[in-house]
Design a protein around this ligand. Structure first.
Ligand code: GLA
Length: 726
């Protein structure tokens, strides 16, 4: 059993093939953390919890003064507010008396096969019960009556686990949850670097590394989305760690709204790490008998550095997060009209693109923004999800059918959570947008945000979308979200529940996504938020692909793809070749192949040569699809190590095939240039299509491949393929 409980020592041990996580029921039923790191077979963690104590300044529970224990210094499995633990807290409940002293202690536990779903929330799942084991530890705050259950699920084949928290009110008075973090990990030292993914629109998920330091460091979002600014991901890498070696811990929150990722190094040089709903603008009133479910956090450990950590996330998300028909099905190669036409299109224009697509070997036309209401620019019509008859001579259904008759699939764009002030629906229901009394409603891209906490709003959206999705041969939907939330409040929530707004908002969005995915299970979802503004595992639960960024310039997008790859697999990453000018079509293709590939242009705007090049690219897309979507990624030269060039490699699971891509972003003075491959089988021989030579995996990984003849030219790129020869 990968989860065990040693009754004599009161130790829980959660093992994966290469990691161990251990904690114990300590005196007075405190839950004390013992260890998280590389797998250890032993169960004798006696004394590992001990920390120095600092006399009266680190207070102790009255019954434990003789043991040297203090909740301020010992590693706590769930650090609570106000009862001795002075570090950032994982749980803060304001009880009916008005104070926020919180203190939960162990009551009972159960261990079982499988993984429970979290009501209303996206979460990882087990494909069959044998794949996961779950531990639920019930704790109780006997003063407030808060029963707090810690849920741990261990994945047996991957070095990964999840943690979430359920708070139940077992008292007869309502209390308020002010902070509940999804996990809390107290580590034995501060000898780690903190890695996060920061960015903005057009420039999402850039790698940033800083050493942990005494005090508090963290990132978060208060934008009503997981955000392009700070992804809900962080990693800790041991100071002596790197891409390929050392202890790497990755943490990711399955949540698409306001999050907080925190670290604190205390005066003992120990580190607390936590992740959960951002407590700013959050509070949740819990009436007697009610339960609150936190979103789930994913924890991955690797002793093969950041590379090992990333590959575990990729496998885990491909097998235990992405769902539905398109999980294993090959995704259609698409062309999207957005960068080519913007909203200036009609059926004739789109049909011409579709015809070109068919002749070229592209499999789906995606009609982007501009097909509804009177949407000729971004100042109107969001919410009016009915066709703009000016744009379709024979109606939109007639147009869709004509595209289908060509033998293409058809995709459509929506931005369901938005409402334009200039729309019919806003005139009818001005209270349906998020707003608070007596304040101006801020616009972002000329639009407001729908109040997704409201059932009537969600019903309206479901019905109006179903009308089109149910009556047309639509195969794909791009679900966009193009602004952040301001003046957060709902006309229907009472004042004391306005703090619940943001969480209720995302629960409403998840509910609508759930309804639509269930009603139209054949649809392929591509999520989008001005590109990758909601590039998080919560969205990946509904959308097997997410548009990675509106930035389609290969030379800068590659940095975004490298950052995204820390946690998210290539199969999820929407990546398109566009007409942007900074590099040739070969390089655009090589960069966009690292993902769910497609085109984003109007063929009428590009040269015949470019169109011919595109025709030549299609076969390679099919040939290497599985290698990229399901292979292992190795970052060879990362933009955070080298600003001039980068290289990455995919290796098939059976190690019979590999693809190495090199991109020279900016040419520099020529130096010798050898690339050492990774992840091959040392004992296998591989033929290489760069020089036609056959070399062993050992040679390719140790002596490498000499690329000194590669031209040093801005924007030059090269994909080299390796295939096993027997
Ligand atoms: C966002 C998306 C784009 C496109 C536009 C349409 O910016 O990221 O891909 O769909 O909206 O308005």
């Amino acid at each position: 059993m990968p989860i065990s409980f040693d009754d004599s020592k009161k130790i829980f041990k959660l093992d994966t093939p290469s990691s161990t996580y251990a904690f114990k029921v300590y005196d007075e039923n405190y839950l004390i953390h013992l260890y998280y790191g590389a797998y250890v077979p032993d169960n004798d963690f006696d004394g590992y919890e001990k920390r120095r104590q600092y006399a009266s300044f680190s207070a102790s529970n009255a019954h434990l003064t003789h043991t040297g224990f203090s909740a301020d210094t010992y590693p706590m499995e769930i650090g609570c507010n106000g009862c001795g633990d002075m570090r950032i807290s994982a749980l803060q409940i304001r009880n009916a008396d008005g104070n926020a002293s919180t203190d939960v202690r162990y009551v009972s536990h159960k261990i079982y096969s499988g993984k429970p779903a979290l009501p209303g929330l996206p979460a990882l799942y087990a494909n069959d019960d044998g794949e996961c084991t779950t531990l639920e530890v019930v704790t109780l705050d006997k003063v407030t009556g808060a029963e707090v259950t810690l849920i741990y699920t261990v994945f047996e084949k991957l070095s990964a686990m999840t943690r979430s928290v359920v708070v139940k009110n077992t008292s007869d008075k309502t209390f308020e949850i002010e902070k509940v973090m999804s996990f809390c990990l107290d580590m034995e030292s501060d000898e780690y670097d903190l890695i996060t993914l920061y960015g903005r629109h057009n420039s999402e998920r850039h790698f940033e590394k800083r050493p942990l330091a005494h005090g508090y460091q963290g990132i978060g979002s208060r934008r009503g989305t997981s955000s392009a600014q700070q992804n809900p991901f962080m990693a800790l890498l041991s100071h002596n760690g790197s891409e390929d070696f050392g202890d790497a811990y990755g943490f990711n929150l399955v949540y698409s709204c306001n999050h907080l990722c925190e670290t604190e190094v205390d005066f003992n040089n120990c580190t607390r790490v936590m992740m959960g709903i951002n407590p700013t603008d959050f509070g949740w009133l819990l009436a007697p008998g009610e339960s609150f479910y936190s979103p789930e956090a994913v924890l991955v450990y690797s002793n093969e550095g950041l590379g090992g950590m990333s590959r575990t996330f990729h496998r885990l998300y491909n097998s235990n997060l992405v769902r539905g028909k398109w999980k294993h099905l090959k995704r259609p190669l698409l062309v999207n009209n957005w960068e080519g036409t913007g909203m200036k299109f009609d059926d004739e224009k789109l049909y011409a693109i579709a015809k070109w697509a068919k002749e070229t070997g592209i499999e789906m036309l995606v009609m982007d923004d501009g097909w509804f209401g009177h949407r000729d620019n971004d100042r109107s019509s969001l919410g009016d999800w009915f066709e703009d008859s000016k744009k379709f001579k024979n109606g939109m259904t007639g147009f869709i059918n004509s595209v289908k008759d060509l033998g293409l699939k058809f995709g459509i764009w929506y931005e369901p959570e938005m409402i334009s002030p200039d729309s019919e629906i806003y005139k009818k229901h001005p209270d349906w947008c998020i707003h608070v009394p007596n304040r101006d409603r801020s616009v972002g891209r000329w639009q407001y945000v729908m109040d997704m906490t409201r059932e009537d709003v969600r019903d309206y959206l479901f019905n109006i979308m179903s009308d089109i999705l149910g009556n047309n041969a639509i195969d794909y939907i791009k679900w966009d979200f193009n602004r952040n939330i301001t003046e957060a409040g709902s006309a229907l929530l009472p004042p004391e529940r306005q703090k619940e707004f943001f969480h209720r908002f995302i629960l409403g969005t998840y509910e609508l996504m759930d309804r639509i995915t269930k009603a139209f299970p054949h649809l392929l979802f591509e999520n989008c938020s001005g590109g990758g503004g909601r590039y998080d595992p919560g969205m990946m639960y509904f959308s097997p692909q997410i548009w990675c960024s509106d930035n389609t310039d290969a030379l800068s997008r590659v940095d975004i793809q490298f950052g995204s790859s820390l946690c998210y697999p290539a199969s999820v990453q929407g990546a398109h070749v566009s007409a942007s000018k900074r590099s040739g079509y070969e390089t655009k293709r090589n960069v966009a192949m690292w993902g769910s590939f497609g085109y984003e242009l109007d063929p009428a705007d590009i040269s015949e040569d470019a169109r011919a090049e595109i025709r030549g690219q299609i076969a390679d897309y099919h040939k290497y699809y599985d290698l990229i979507h399901y292979g292992d990624l190795y970052r060879i030269i990362s933009p955070w190590d080298d600003p001039y060039k980068c290289a990455w490699e995919f290796v098939s699971e059976d190690k019979s095939k590999a693809m190495l891509t090199l991109l020279i972003k900016f040419a520099t003075e020529r130096r010798n240039f050898v690339i050492k491959l990774k992840g091959l089988d040392a004992g296998k021989n591989y033929i290489c299509d760069f020089d036609g030579r056959i070399r062993s995996g050992a040679m390719l990984m140790n002596a490498g491949i000499n690329l000194h003849e590669v031209p040093e030219k801005d924007g030059y790129s090269l994909a080299i393929h390796f295939e096993e020869v027997k």
